[in-house]
Each structure stands twice: as structure tokens, then as C-alpha cells.
Write a protein that binds this ligand. Structure first.
Ligand SMILES: Nc1ncnc2c1ncn2[C@@H]1O[C@H](COP(=O)(O)OP(=O)(O)OP(=O)(O)O)[C@@H](O)[C@H]1O
Ligand SMILES: [Mg+2]
Length: 296
């Protein structure tokens, strides 16, 4: 079997920041060894200040490593050819406030040297894909909500039809609905064959999207693996039962005891907060269909 093709590879990647006098240092990234394979969604998870953005900037060629190496699409990140083939959604939106979404897309399309017709085509296709409502396309971005600005940010990151996409905290600051839509979009990009490297500080944000996740803390990988591998509590077993009277559960308890085990918990399975929120809003919307209150 052919080994999986790594589109991102780092070897002992290290970044040390020094203060102005070169005295105080921060090891923002320390000996990071990472491989991201073609076609996967890789979640880069860690608390604030753990080194996610720094790693991303190293991979994008926006920072140079203190030690170690990074390869993106088999080349050094500073290579101009790499920049043509990747897309980047930064942590903080850096969109021009006075440009409209359409103008923004056109501007970035020009930076990549796309001809006019193609720019127009991509603009419409990507703003649509990103789910920005049409009546906002010609309004200045300063009037947008955070969710709308994030959508333009994503559309912008895709303007050069990149094969590898870096998303720094794509769902941060978004409500659960928009957050879910963003995740669905990310899955859609994967289905188009793209590779995605995304960071987050919330497990729930990456849990049901990523093929693999790496947990970084103080600049080092603490754990790396598939989501189920990392989350599964191997020494415990949960039995899901349907259609059995609750009082009969005692019999299961007896059976477990008989075999030297101990029943730790019998409970109804928990839904995620996210899905509860989504359900609640769906119910609310369905219930309020006749009530045609105009929204903004
Ligand atoms: N330009 C810089 N100069 C000095 N220190 C820096 C610089 N950029 C980052 N750091 C430090 O490096 C460490 C990692 O920062 P980084 O921004 O990579 O973290 P992060 O995981 O992206 O955090 P967050 O979740 O808050 O975005 C922090 O201690 C930060 O203070
Ligand atoms: Mg960051």
C-alpha cells in the first residue's frame, strides 16, 4: 500500500521569541513534529497562547523558524509557488472595512493575477458557497456582523482555488448555528479534495469535523491521533439499550457484579449542548412560522 502523502511536514520545528533586549524568551513552538496528509481535515487544538498561530505563521512563511524545518507541499513555506496553492483565514479578520464583499473578492483575485471574468465568476461562486446573503454583497464590510465577516474571510481564503487551506480559529466568536454552517462548509471543501489545517481552542469545534487532531500545549504536541482514539475511554464500556423498562436495569447490575465488575453509571445518553441549541432554535422557528415577525 502506498504511504499517505504528507502535504505538511515539520521536523523539530521551533520558534523562540526574544524581547527587545534579547533577554526574556518565549518558546512559542518547541520541536514540533507534524504530518498532515492530503485530503484530511487536521485539527490543531490548544488553549490560548499554546503556539497555534505561531505554528501556522511558520507554515505560511510569515515567520521564520529559530530551529527545525517545515515543508508545505514539498517545498519551504517561503517559496512563492507554495503561496499560489494555499489559502489562509487568519485569526483576526483583516478585511478592509470600507470595501464591499464583492470588491474584497475582486481585490484578492487581482493579487493572484486572475483575469476579470474569472474574478467575477469566483466571487459569486465563493460568496454563495460561504453563505453570505446576496443583499449584503454590495454593502461595506464595516456593517457586517462577525458571522458575515467570517464568511467573507473564508471566501477570500478560497479565491485562488487552493489545494491546502489554513484556518486559524474559523469558528471563534460565532454562534452555534453559524459555527455549524462553517463546519459543514469545511466538510464540503474536504469533499472537493482539499486538505484543511484548522486551529481551535475548543474541542467541540473540531470534534465532529476533523479526521485527526493534535493537542498542543506550551508549544509542544501533547497528543495526536484520530478524534475517537483520543476521546475514547478504553477502560470503560457504555451499553446503549432501547425498549427495556428502566427498573429491569437492576438485572444488568447483577450480571455485571456476578462477573466481578461494578456498575459505575446507568444513565440516559447525553446530547451535546450544540445539538440541543440547534434543536431548540429549529423548534422555535418551526413553531413561529405563522408569526411573520420581520428580522433584520
Ligand atoms: N511576535 C511575538 N513576540 C513575542 N512573543 C510572541 C509573539 N507571537 C506570539 N508570542 C508568544 O508565543 C506564545 C504562543 O502564541 P500564539 O499566538 O502562537 O498562541 P495561540 O495558540 O495562537 O493562542 P490563541 O489561542 O490565544 O490565539 C505566547 O506565549 C505568545 O505570547
Ligand atoms: Mg492564535
Amino acid at each position: 500500500m502506498e504511504p499517505q502523502k504528507a502535504v505538511i511536514k515539520t521536523v523539530d520545528l521551533t520558534k523562540v521569541f526574544r524581547d527587545f533586549f534579547g533577554r526574556r524568551t518565549v518558546n512559542a513552538v518547541e520541536k514540533l513534529n507534524l504530518e498532515v496528509y492530503r485530503g484530511e481535515i487536521f485539527g490543531f487544538l490548544g488553549p490560548n497562547g499554546s503556539g497555534k498561530t505561531t505554528t501556522m505563521k511558520l507554515l505560511l512563511g510569515l515567520l521564520f523558524p529559530t530551529r527545525g524545518k517545515a515543508f508545505v507541499l514539498d517545498k519551504e513555506p517561503s517559496d512563492v509557488m507554495v503561496k499560489q496553492r494555499i489559502g489562509f483565514l487568519p485569526e483576526e479578520s483583516y478585511l478592509y472595512r470600507f470595501l464591499t464583499a464583492r470588491e474584497t473578492m475582486d481585490f484578492y483575485g487581482k493579487l493572484f493575477g486572475l483575469p476579470k471574468d474569472l474574478r467575477r465568476e469566483r466571487t459569486e461562486q465563493l460568496l454563495e458557497l460561504a453563505g453570505l446573503q446576496k443583499d449584503a454583497w454590495d454593502r461595506p464590510i464595516k456593517e457586517y456582523s462577525k458571522g458575515m465577516a467570517r464568511r467573507v474571510g473564508l471566501a477570500q481564503a478560497l479565491v485562488n482555488d487552493p489545494e491546502l487551506i489554513f484556518l486559524d480559529e474559523p469558528t471563534s466568536g460565532l454562534d452555534p448555528i453559524v459555527s455549524r454552517q462553517m463546519k459543514d462548509l469545511i466538510l464540503k471543501l474536504k469533499s472537493q479534495g482539499k486538505t484543511i489545517f484548522m486551529s481551535s481552542h475548543l474541542l467541540a469545534d473540531v470534534q465532529n469535523v476533523c479526521d485527526r487532531i493534535g493537542i498542543i500545549y506550551r508549544g509542544r504536541f501533547q497528543k495526536i491521533g484520530s478524534v475517537t482514539d483520543l476521546l475514547m475511554i478504553k477502560e470503560q464500556l457504555q451499553i446503549k439499550v432501547k425498549g427495556m423498562p428502566l427498573d429491569k436495569c437492576k438485572e444488568i447490575g447483577a450480571l455485571v457484579n456476578k462477573h466481578g465488575g461494578e456498575v459505575m453509571d446507568i444513565s440516559h445518553p447525553l446530547d451535546t449542548l450544540e445539538s440541543l441549541f440547534l434543536k431548540t432554535i429549529k423548534e422555535e422557528n418551526e413553531g413561529n412560522n405563522s408569526d411573520s415577525k420581520s428580522d433584520n
